[in-house]
Design a protein around this ligand. Structure first.
Ligand code: KIV
Ligand code: ZN
Length: 503
């Protein structure tokens, strides 16, 4: 069985998804999650882009011990310097240098000749190699680059010291047969290719990023670049969980294995969804809420008789939490804590107390409390920012011919403030009331709500994206009452802004 290295770029390309900005603390938490998952290489960011990016790559490099930590750099010295500095303290590090090689990019972006581009690539790799032993080179827009020139660039950058050659399908133009053939040709026509590992990096503009990555693996690629939940520029990158599970489920066909501990997949998917603000669609392969749900009676009957009739993977293999009634209103704090631990959630004392209190309230309101509910409550309480403003109570009047009005009480440092406000709808009224108290003007950019489990009494999880003083913040809130969840999500985004402002 050949090994395929998983190069995760959630923190770099994933974070380039419109609106997906994560703060340094959140990025570090995601990096820990990726390490737990068994990712071989973590691309932690693009250090030259900003001081914040530099510091967050540096922090990932400092804390991550098992995965290799990589930073991205254009083929220019100042990028390579910043990148080398940021990853320097990592136990295992890499510099990823890129330069566009397609005719379109060379002519319009660079206004240079092919020979000049080739020399730039060689110089960049040589320079980077003086700073780090492990250099990856990407000819950007490789899938639209003339083959002959692409092969020349690859040969020369390997000679200059690149150990990994990444073939990006930057604009998602590739189709599986053709992209697979390209990898096959690189394997056979670049004379020194045996000195490097071939990697691929496929975007999902035509919805076939994963298919292209798998075709490349079938033809000799041994590193694959991907993101959790497939987030990334435009339509995103090839999704890590889909590639990993395809390789594992169809081992008979690919004869390749990865280091990924697949039982960690759902956990990292939830974490990335929470911090990026990208809600996972319920029909998303592997990690969507419906990925293992059977609706048709015939299917249900089959699965009960023998799961393999309609399941090609076991839900437990990806860490999918079985929907089961786990605790009730009579359950004690210890049972609650033990159950959370078995779900991989370890809360600190104060967060545990709050979470337990909330669980009791939910158990009072809901007939059945599921593992998913516990996860939503625990994640709500384990937010990385302090609750500067805390929701105390909320009442909303709204109806067909009534102007919506919200009365809200929120507290800060034991002081409770209460105001009322009207609005265009009940959520808007809540948000206007909150703004009156906290004296912060936030522009709501995005609002989404998902039910955590089935049924009329399900917990609702609200995610909001807001802009405050030109910066974007993501907030989450969960409750059986969707207006309460909405208010909590808004307050969470405001608390994040206040926390980051103090730093
Ligand atoms: O899509 C792309 O080409 C990239 C490169 C920087 C690898 O993200
Ligand atoms: Zn990309």
């Amino acid at each position: 069985m050949d090994k395929v290295y998983i190069f995760d770029t959630t923190l770099r390309d994933g974070e380039q998804a419109p609106g997906a900005t994560m703060n340094a603390k959140e990025k570090l938490e995601v990096a820990f999650g990726l390490e737990r998952l068994g990712v071989d290489i973590i691309e932690a960011g693009f250090p030259v882009i900003s001081k914040g990016d530099f510091e967050s790559v540096k922090s990932v490099a400092k804390h991550i011990k098992n995965s290799r930590v990589c930073g991205l750099a254009r083929s220019i010295k100042k990028d390579i310097d910043a990148c080398a500095d940021a990853v320097q303290c990592a136990k295992k590090s890499r510099i990823h240098v890129f330069l566009a090689t397609s005719k379109i990019h060379i002519e319009y972006k660079f206004k240079k000749t092919k020979d000049e581009i080739l020399q730039m690539a060689i110089d960049a790799v040589r320079y980077a190699r003086q700073k780090n032993d492990d250099i990856e080179f990407s000819p950007e827009d490789a899938s639209r680059t003339e083959k002959e020139f692409l092969f020349r660039v690859i040969e020369e950058v390997i000679r200059a010291g690149a150990k990994t050659i990444n073939i990006p399908d930057t604009v998602g133009y590739g189709v599986p047969e053709q992209f697979g053939q390209l990898i096959h040709d690189i394997c056979n026509q670049v004379p020194n290719i045996n000195k490097a590992i071939i990697s691929v990096h496929c975007h999902n503009d035509l919805g076939i990023g994963v298919a292209n990555s798998l075709a490349a693996i079938k033809n000799g690629a041994r590193q694959v670049e991907c993101t959790v939940n497939g987030i990334g520029e435009r339509a995103g990158n090839a999704s890590m969980e889909e590639i990993v599970m395809a390789l594992r489920t169809r081992e008979d066909y690919y004869h390749c294995a990865t280091n990924i501990k697949t039982q960690e997949i759902c956990r990292i998917s939830r974490l990335v969804s929470k911090y990026s603000g990208f809600v996972v669609a319920s029909n998303k392969a592997i990690v969507g809420a419906n990925a293992f749900r059977h609706e048709s009676g015939i299917h249900q009957d089959g699965v009960l008789k023998e799961p393999s009739t309609y399941e090609i993977m076991k839900p437990q293999d990806v860490g999918f939490v079985e929907t089961g009634i786990v605790l009730g209103k009579h359950s004690g704090r210890h049972a609650f804590q033990v159950r959370l631990k078995s779900l991989g959630i370890d809360l600190k004392e104060e967060a545990l107390n709050h979470a337990f209190e909330r669980f009791k309230n939910v158990a009072d309101k809901k007939k059945q409390v599921y593992d998913e509910d516990l996860i939503a409550i625990a994640e709500d309480e384990s937010k990385v920012v302090p609750n500067t403003w805390h929701l105390v109570s909320l009442s909303v009047v709204s109806g067909t011919n009534i102007a919506p009005k919200a009365t809200i009480e929120i507290s800060s440092q034991e002081k409770i403030k209460k105001v009322s406000s009207s609005g265009d709808g009940p959520v808007d009224a809540c948000y206007k009331a909150i703004e009156k108290i906290v004296k912060v003007k936030a522009e709501l950019l995005d609002y989404s709500i998902q039910s955590v489990t089935h049924g009329k009494d399900a917990l609702g999880e609200v995610t909001v994206k807001v802009r405050i003083k030109g910066k974007k913040y993501i907030g989450h809130g969960a409750s059986t009452d969707i207006l309460e969840a909405s208010a909590k999500a808004y307050l969470n985004a405001i608390n994040k802004m206040l926390f980051l402002q103090l730093k």
